[in-house]
Design a protein around this ligand. Structure first.
Ligand code: UD1
Ligand code: MG
Length: 521
């Protein structure tokens, strides 16, 4: 393709055979004041990943030899985050934000330092190969677009190729100035420095570039600060290289929304919506039913099997996986949770839990970390579980807390049971065997073990181990004090009701005597 071809090539043409860049430089030193936040802008999250994390993930798709993140504002926090999400990325510190050109210069110095080449102090150390520059606040930028930019840059043999976009409102952006006759890019003019005619241009600089690393270093040495912001503009490199007779190109992104930078919380929410739509569309095209995309939120790390169904009002977060044919929602929030094939989860909150194939959760269940529900098991209505392993076919149907427990297979836990795991200082474990039937309203005071096939009586407080096959009864004996209401609450509604019931019983008894037959039928 020629250097000013207006469109980024299709993926079929792009990428193949393009050498991997020597480096990707991520600019992330700015403060992001308009976020009005204690958190540095690039660390704000959408769809389970920081803005910077999204950019780094896209950068990594180019398989560059080096990734350098330029940090400045809140640099310790941003650098620590980089080390966490992309340990191989390097950071370069820009102590004062003196412009995008200055930031890239600092990145090249970091790269040059790594090569341990002696470099004259004034010169910018050159890099052999392509250097791609991106901003840390453009989370919608895809690896695919970066590959296409890289491919266009290599194919045209450019000194620099800038990724551009046609935007409805170009306010604030650098404008792409083209030669009227040839259409060739001649310069990028910053909004603040632009004439009225230039401000009418709607093709803008996305802030993403591919550079020849040697020519970039040379040109950065010549960038001046005689502009309205008194900064070293990276965009000036383009004019400098062109003036020196080098090839300068532009690639127009298909979708201008992809290059949008985040400056405030409104744009953060918009970007989240766009990314969420993208993720849901991909899932739906892969065979997932999303009943209401507008009320369904997913993180980038979420994966699906075919024919999984997501009901409205559902958030799927972290590394959650929905296996084939399971159904989740409505109104559920699952984080880092595995839902097995054919399982059903409704009105539930789960965190780091595993739901076995064909199991049933909710409505109104809370599965906390370490919950492992076996196949075809059940955590029913108003059931909370934590660090609990529940065997195949075992049911905990109603109103119960199961914490720090192991339950075998095909056991039924009676309604309103509590696994009493905490003595006020330490947590203790309860084991219930297979094929047990525990009564309603039991307390299992841990540590305690109920053997296979055992039963427990309703209302029992189980403090001692129950041997296999035994019935444990651990509750007060019932005592009925006859006539207590008539004596203690005479004339009350209760006393009258009791009297009426006694009379009816007496009448029935006498009727039975008078109408009774003794013929043995
Ligand atoms: C920049 C471009 C503009 C482009 C726009 C796209 C320049 C001079 N202008 O303008 O042409 O249309 O991006 O969004 O490049 N940064 C640093 N150190 C600095 C200055 C900036 O790391 O000293 C980082 C910022 O954190 C940010 C990025 O570089 O991630 C862009 O800087 P910003 O101040 O947002 O530049 P714009 O004025 O938006
Ligand atoms: Mg900006």
């Amino acid at each position: 393709m020629s250097s000013n071809l207006p469109h980024v090539p299709d993926s079929a043409e792009a990428g193949e055979g393009t050498p991997a860049p020597a480096a990707v430089v991520v600019l992330a030193a700015g403060e992001g004041t308009r976020m009005k936040s204690a958190t540095p802008k690039v660390l704000h999250e959408i769809c389970g990943r920081s803005l910077l994390g999204h950019v780094l993930a896209a950068a990594r798709e180019l398989e560059p030899e080096q990734v350098v993140v330029v940090v400045g504002h809140a640099r310790e926090q941003v650098a620590a985050h980089c080390a966490e999400v992309d340990p191989a990325a390097r950071t370069a510190v820009q102590h004062e934000q003196r412009g995008t050109g200055h930031a890239v210069r600092i990145a090249l110095e970091e790269l040059g330092g790594a090569a341990r080449e002696p470099v004259a102090s004034a010169a910018v150390p050159p890099v052999d190969g392509t250097v791609v520059v991106v901003c840390g606040d453009t989370p919608l930028l895809t690896g695919e677009t970066l590959r296409q930019l890289s491919a266009a840059h290599a194919a045209d043999g450019n000194a620099v190729t800038v990724l551009t976009a046609q935007v409805p409102d170009a306010t604030g952006y650098g404008r792409i100035v083209r030669d009227e006759a040839t259409g060739a890019v001649t310069a990028i003019v910053e909004h603040k420095d632009a004439t009225d005619v230039q401000r009418a241009i709607r093709e803008i600089n996305s802030g993403v570039f591919a550079f020849d690393g040697r020519l970039l270093a040379e040109a950065l040495g010549q960038v001046r600060t005689d502009n309205s912001q008194g900064e070293e503009y990276l965009t000036d490199v383009l004019g400098i290289l062109r003036a020196a007779g080098h090839r300068v190109g532009a690639a127009l992104a298909d979708d201008h929304r992809e290059i949008a930078g985040i400056n405030n919380r409104v744009q953060l929410a918009e970007a989240r919506g766009i990314l969420n739509d993208r993720l849901l569309e991909r899932a739906m095209l892969a065979g997932v039913t999303v009943v209401d995309p507008a009320s369904t939120w997913v993180d980038v790390g979420v994966t699906f099997g075919r024919d999984a169904v997501v009901q409205p009002g559902t958030q799927l977060l972290g590394s959650t996986h929905l296996a084939e044919g399971c159904e989740v929602g409505p109104h559920s929030r699952l984080r880092d949770t595995l839902v097995g094939a054919g399982a059903r989860v409704e009105f539930a909150v789960a965190d780091a839990a595993e739901v076995g194939a064909g199991a049933s959760v909710g409505p109104y269940a809370y599965l906390r970390p370490g919950t492992r529900l076996g196949p075809k098991s059940k955590a029913g209505t108003y059931v909370e579980m934590k660090n609990a392993s529940v065997g195949e076919g075992t049911k905990v149907p109603h109103l119960s807390y199961v914490g720090d427990a192991t339950i075998g297979e095909y056991t039924n836990i009676g309604a309103a049971s509590v696994f009493v795991n905490y003595d006020g200082q330490e947590k203790h474990h309860t084991t219930v065997g297979s094929h047990c039937r525990t009564g309603s309203d039991n307390m299992f005071v841990a540590p305690v073990t109920v053997g296979d096939g055992a039963y427990t009586a309703a209302g029992s407080v189980i403090t001692k181990d129950v041997p296999p096959g035994s019935l444990a009864v651990a509750r007060g004996q019932q005592r009925n004090i006859a006539g207590w209401v008539a004596r203690k609450r005479p004339g009350s509604a209760a006393a009258k009701a009791a009297e009426a019931a006694e009379e009816a019983a007496a009448a029935e008894a006498s009727g039975e005597v008078s109408g009774g037959s003794d013929d043995g039928d």
